[in-house]
Design a protein. Structure first.
Length: 177
């Protein structure tokens, strides 16, 4: 009889499974409101796809022993994460399979954002303005359902630093632990 894998290994397997499922969606179109526990949806478009929160919803729903049906709304995922078995993870401790969340940056310069991120002093003021989410895929990449007219892709984790309109929220959310 084969012994069960250690708990930490089983947890890592769930994060890896989320990444595997998300990578299988690479190349599918961004569809506003698209995606649910069953997969990509059309939402009035010609091709089925996902928006950012719909991709999260799909991959989390597929995790063994963790059948949570996340809402297809990034703000609600971030604020109400405990309802779906999630927990806050410091950005520096995020692992593959964790979800990053982003808010609009209307009042800070890019330099200020970078300094705050490096110092890890940013307050959790993402409670009302989360507009995007993606999935940590590796140490330096995320799987991103970016915007209408673009496809799901794996990008460098720092992609948002080139976009002065977004800033990363101070916590990742882990729904698979």
């Amino acid at each position: 009889m084969k012994a069960a894998a250690p708990l930490e290994e089983r947890k890592a397997d769930k994060g890896d499974e989320i990444v595997k499922l998300a990578r299988q969606q690479i190349g599918k179109p961004y569809v506003w409101g698209g995606g649910n526990c069953k997969g990509a949806t059309k939402e009035g478009q010609s091709k089925a796809g996902f928006d950012c929160s719909g991709l999260n919803e799909y991959v989390v729903c597929q995790v063994p022993d963790k059948k949570y049906d996340l809402p297809n709304h990034a703000q609600t995922q971030y604020n109400d994460y405990k309802k779906w078995g999630g927990k806050h993870i410091a950005i520096k401790d995020a692992q593959p399979g964790d979800m990053f969340y982003y808010s609009h940056n209307s009042s800070r310069s890019l330099l200020t954002i970078r300094v705050q991120q490096m110092a890890e002093t940013m307050p959790d003021d993402c409670k009302h303005d989360v507009t995007h989410t993606n999935i940590k895929a590796s140490k330096n990449t995320v799987i991103n359902a970016p915007a209408p007219g673009r496809n799901i892709a794996e990008k460098d984790s720092s992609w948002y630093l080139d976009n002065n309109e977004l800033r990363i929220c101070p916590y990742a959310i882990r729904f698979w632990d």
